[in-house]
Design a binder for this molecule. Structure first.
Ligand code: NAP
Length: 277
């Protein structure tokens, strides 16, 4: 029988702890404030932004909302970053991605002051993570570490395989598992003999961006499987990068989709806002 790693419950637990911390800070006269910037009106981005604002409200973080039109120029957005960087009452800045094509995403993310970069995407924070210095860490992989720790799953000394090497999930995930003393292998689209490598994993983190890509054949008996993927299948139902029904009989623990990694991303964003670095 396998354990279901319950991201809904764990993310709620984290938000409740943060709510207490935010209240204690408020009692000392410190209010946390997150500026959320959205350019254009992509419906999916709108849903994410709303969920972030709701989480701020729950935890007790003030949120400022900037909903800018699609035609916003790069210079206008950079000017807003400069303004928010300079505001003492704002301690976190989040730019919802993707940005429209005429805006250079990297340029905008790099314009956020590293000490306000609660998404952990700034090169300074990425660098700090890789050399083991304190800094903001990308929320989704940070959430995976919390899922493992709060489910009593030891990382130290384990064979950890990360499937995917994106800048926001795969790479920081690998660095975090390494920081926790796992033995880490990263796989990507050019990896040869993929299943041979994934079958070595005690902990397999899948962030491949392909619906139900990983089946039972990829899994060592008794492994822990974390599914970062999120997709809608042909029936309109949410599914992950892992074929849950094929994989679950082989594992000791697994995250479901929905209700696994998904809710952790916002919880860790809230953690970054409340706790700082
Ligand atoms: P991404 O940028 O598309 O990266 C996918 C990675 O998978 C790349 O490194 C790619 O390799 C690798 N890959 C693709 N096909 C492969 C194959 N056939 N064999 C081996 N590796 C392969 O995706 P992402 O942004 O990391 O996101 C991954 C998934 O997580 C997506 O489903 C996304 O929706 C989801 N996600 C969820 C959350 C959340 O909050 N739950 C947050 C972020 C992302 P190359 O580098 O060689 O191209």
């Amino acid at each position: 029988m396998y354990q279901i790693i319950d991201g809904k419950r764990i993310s709620q637990e984290i938000k409740d702890e943060l709510r207490e911390k935010a209240a204690a800070l408020k009692a000392q006269g410190v209010e946390r404030c997150l500026a959320v910037v959205q350019v254009g009106s992509d419906p999916a981005s709108g849903v994410y932004v709303n969920n972030k604002k709701k989480a701020c409200e729950y935890v007790g973080i003030r949120s400022l909302s900037y909903q800018l039109p699609e035609e916003t120029t790069q210079e206008e957005l950079l000017a807003l970053m400069r303004e928010l960087n300079g505001r003492e009452d704002v301690n976190g800045i989040l730019v919802q991605l993707p940005l429209p094509d005429h805006i250079d995403q990297d340029l905008v993310l790099t314009a956020i002051a590293p000490e306000k970069d609660v998404d952990g995407f700034h090169p300074v924070n990425v660098g700090n993570l890789s050399i083991g210095r304190p800094g903001y860490v990308s929320c989704t992989p940070a959430g995976v570490i919390q899922l493992l720790k709060r489910s009593g799953i030891e990382i130290e000394g384990k064979e950890c395989v990360v499937l995917g090497r994106s800048n926001i999930v795969g790479k920081p995930m690998a660095m975090l598992l390494l920081r926790e003393n796992g033995t880490v292998t990263v796989c990507h689209s050019r990896t040869k003999n993929l299943k041979e490598i994934t079958r070595r994993a005690d902990i397999l983190v899948v962030a491949v961006g392909k619906p139900q890509f990983v089946d039972g054949d990829f899994i060592k008996e008794g492994a822990v499987v974390i599914d970062v993927g999120i997709h809608r299948n042909q029936e309109g139902k949410l599914c992950g990068d892992v074929d849950f029904h094929s994989v679950a009989p082989h594992v000791s623990a697994i995250t479901p989709v929905p209700g696994g990694v998904g809710p952790m991303t916002i919880a860790m964003l809230m953690a970054n806002c409340v706790q700082g670095v």
